[in-house]
Design a binder for this molecule. Structure first.
Ligand code: ADP
Ligand code: ZN
Ligand code: ZN
Length: 784
């Protein structure tokens, strides 16, 4: 292997690895796989990861450059590397881009691994000798406090505020030195919520994977209640699982799923293992973290978009070193290294925020399943409204189905009523009946939630005289009216402009906002119910992570009204919420998207679930012009599961997921034609019989890979089983000035689909038509 070189995966949109030499003319070595390197690429410096060792590509063998190693050991090894290789193959994406996506931004840029240990101070030999003769004063006091051993900086902050000046004096005289203590992450209750005072660790610097783990306290008892029977059954099933087992924890809202997770995590910690918990973006509230911290008795590390790069890199590294034992994070936390993995939990597994919608389009829930299998650990997917994919997997026995039918504690399920508003007068979209119910609920001391999945003041601005309406020039879609009619904003590309004072076409002043969004509803409610606070919650005013919490705190426990979008469906526990009004859902009943019904049903059930979480009974009023619609009828009469059963039957009959597998090839350009030309050329490649057969062979060889939803579909192996739809304009043919088209591939067999992709995708990079545009492949797309 004298001529073996490093095959480096670089974050470039090219389906190949790049050859480099080891640094200092050393021999390439299998132990280098997974190591981070910096390399010269053209006139740029790029960071990459060694993906393989092999013979140099003959074409460039004489001009190879050496790498610069970023650290001595591989960042990616074992399970994580294997799972990421699987992901790259599954998404038909370049390995370098997948590995870059899996790294926190700071490490992706090549910054060194951050310190994850705490710092402390101790006396040097000179200090110990000098101490008895030192003059009285601050430095002596401080030196005295170090006489019995090193002190943690946090402890010094707590016990001897202002210690730094005195310490500097001591250090200048060579009497003390700063030392790395054991991990800040590994000790019970240190860090953000730590009581001060205990010494921790010894000054040995931690080595990867060799951290101590804390002894967790058993969770039960702290809140004073025991698991109920169904919770206990679920908890026992998870505790006794051996190796990889996928559980679907299917429990109505408020049934105590979180308690079951906490039990499983406690057990995982007691076995000395790490636990990873994924939550949707809006599910990761300070309330949830506080609950986890209080119950688990160990530091709980949050990973979410509100952290800065260095915080994210520190937590990632602490997990990689085995120091962080419980990691709770949103989508990208699925890439957290878990050298001592014991459990993975995915809360609200149906949530759309688990799917990455650009770049590497992974699905965090599905990738979590792949990792759990590769790690050989149990995984718990929890939801009150499981995705049809997961229900299908539970029904076919691939997942163990655990059910919690009742709300925990005293809480009762809410009563749901449909309000037929045909021919009724509406104000800002609200009927008198709903307004009266709001008055009654407030008078009884309760809180009210009005849900409308449309932010802004009104969805459109129309000229009453000539029919002109305000359209985004870059998206060809109506602009949303904001700021009580003063501003227009495109919700697709973000473009903003002031509302015109008069109609640009006919100069009429009769411009009217059409329909109503959350702002307009807020305006009406504030006017009608001036005696109580009206708090609006939507993405327009709740971008920052702590804003949601602040809004809830603003309302407090007194009677009042919340108005908002689906951000309200999850988050904060509102014990005084007794009425939920749902308005403006009719559009969702007739959407062309085959997932629209599922999304609407989930949203309705989740929003309804906010009512009556405590002792006070809850009511849900559903306003609609289509009271007889089967979706509403089924949901109200039979609940989510009746809906899901009916919907799965429709999907099966129509050949949609989970009974078919989809991949969507998207293309966009500044002009309309190139995307259609590129997709037409791509379609030719998919139709080429020879490549298809070649691809099918390759898929058979790779048949042992783990698969999130293995689908042994009968007769689905034939090369003719991939259907191609398109090229067609995308549902939004223009967005932000880009012309967009797509080609949909569908097959009853997952393998057949992937064989076709394996054969054709590498060739897409070579197409001359590919040069003039941006294209991307979305495997298992959620938005078509
Ligand atoms: P979910 O995650 O299913 O929505 P939670 O775990 O948040 O439900 O529980 C809902 C509420 O019920 C919480 O206030 C929780 O403290 C309470 N709770 C959970 N389990 C029990 C139990 N066994 N006995 C009494 N109260 C419980
Ligand atoms: Zn006009
Ligand atoms: Zn726009």
């Amino acid at each position: 292997m004298t001529d073996a070189v490093l095959k480096v995966a670089l974050p470039l949109p090219l389906p190949r690895l790049f050859d480099y030499l080891p640094a200092n003319a050393a021999a390439a070595n299998a132990g280098d796989i997974g190591r981070r390197v910096r390399v010269a690429f053209g006139n740029r410096q790029l960071c990459g990861v060694v993906a393989a060792i092999g013979a140099a590509d003959a074409a460039h063998a004489d001009a190879l450059k050496p790498v610069e190693w970023l650290e001595p050991e591989p960042l990616f090894a074992g399970e994580l590397l294997a799972s990421l290789r699987w992901l790259a193959r599954y998404l038909h994406a370049p390995l370098g881009e997948v590995l870059a996506t899996a790294l926190p931004a700071a490490l992706r840029r090549g910054e060194p691994l951050p310190d994850t240990h705490a710092w402390g101070w101790c006396l040097t030999e000179a200090g110990a000798t000098a101490l008895p003769a030192m003059r009285a004063g601050r430095p002596r006091e401080l030196a005295q406090s170090l006489a019995s051993g090193s002190r943690d900086e946090d402890v010094l902050d707590a016990l001897q505020p202002g210690w730094r000046t005195a310490m500097r004096t001591l250090r200048e005289r060579g009497l003390v030195e700063r030392v790395a203590l054991a991990s800040a992450f590994s000790s019970p209750l240190v860090g953000e919520d730590a009581p001060q005072g205990q010494e921790r660790g010894n000054p040995d610097s931690p080595s990867p994977g060799a951290a101590r783990h804390p002894l967790p306290q058993r969770g039960e008892g702290k809140n004073g209640f025991e698991l109920n029977k169904e919770q206990q059954t679920a908890a026992d099933a998870i505790r006794t699982a051996e190796g990889f087992t996928a559980f679907l924890l299917d429990g109505v809202t408020g049934s105590g799923k979180t308690e079951v997770y906490l039990d499983a995590i406690s057990d995982c910690l007691a076995r000395g293992k790490q636990a990873l918990v994924l939550v949707p973006e809006i599910g990761l509230t300070p309330q949830l973290l506080a609950r986890f911290r209080a119950r688990l008795g160990v530091p709980v590390h949050a990973l979410h978009s509100g952290l800065n790069d260095s915080e994210r890199a520190t937590t990632w590294t602490a997990a990689w070193r085995g120091e962080a034992r419980v990691i709770v994070g949103t989508r990208s936390a699925v890439f957290t290294p878990l050298p001592d993995a014991g459990l993975i939990v995915v809360d609200e597994e149906h949530d759309a925020s688990y799917k990455q919608q650009d770049g590497i389009r992974y699905h965090a829930r599905d990738f979590a399943l792949v990792r759990a299998r590769e790690l050989g650990v149990p995984i718990v997917l929890g939801s009150a409204t499981p995705s049809l994919e997961s229900l299908h997997n539970a029904q076919s026995g691939r997942f163990t189905h655990l059910r919690l039918h009742q709300r925990a504690g005293e809480a009762q399920p809410p009563v749901v009523r449909v309000l037929d508003v045909r021919k009724r007068p509406l104000q800002a979209g609200l009927s008198n009946e709903l307004l009266n119910a709001i008055r009654a609920a407030l008078d009884a001391g309760g809180q009210v939630l009005v849900f409308k999945n449309r932010r802004g003041y009104a969805p459109a601005l129309l000229c009453h005289d000539c029919g002109w309406s305000a359209q985004c020039r870059r998206c060809d879609r109506p602009m949303t009216v904001h700021a009580h009619g003063r501003r227009l904003q495109c919700h697709h590309c973000g473009f903003r402009q002031p509302a015109p004072p008069a109609c640009p076409d006919c100069a009429s002043l009769a411009l009217q906002p059409q329909g109503s969004g959350t702002e307009r509803i807020e305006e009406l409610l504030a006017e009608k119910f001036a005696d109580v606070p009206v708090v609006r919650i939507d993405r327009g005013n709740t971008r920052r992570r702590d804003a949601l919490q602040k809004h809830f705190e603003e309302l407090g426990a007194r009677p009042g009204i919340l108005v908002g979008t689906q951000m309200l469906a999850k988050g904060h526990d509102l014990p005084n919420l007794t009425l939920v009004g749902v308005v403006g859902i009719d559009e969702g009943l007739f959407s062309a998207d085959f997932r629209a019904s599922e999304k609407l049903a989930q949203l309705l059930v989740q929003v309804a679930g906010r009512a009556g979480r405590a002792e006070r009974a809850g009511t849900v009023l559903l306003q609609t012009h289509h009271p007889e619609h089967p979706l509403l009828q089924t949901l109200i009469a039979g609940g989510y599961h009746a809906f899901a059963t009916a919907e799965l039957a429709l999907r099966e009959a129509a050949g949609f997921p989970p009974f078919a597998h989809l991949a969507l090839l998207r293309a966009e350009a500044q002009h309309a034609e190139p995307p259609l030309q590129f997709l037409a050329a791509a379609k030719e490649l998919f139709l080429l019989p020879a490549t298809r057969r070649e691809g099918a062979r390759r898929a058979d060889e790779g048949a042992t890979r783990p698969n999130p939803h293995p689908n042994p579909s009968p007769g689905g192996r034939g090369a003719d089983n991939v259907e191609l739809h398109g090229p067609l304009p995308a549902p939004m043919p223009r967005r932000g000035g880009w012309h967009r088209s797509q080609l949909l591939l569908s097959s009853p067999g997952r393998r057949t689909l992937h064989a076709a992709l394996d054969a054709a995708i590498p060739q897409l990079y070579e197409l001359p038509e590919a040069r003039k545009l941006r294209w991307s492949l979305d495997v298992d797309p959620v938005d078509l």
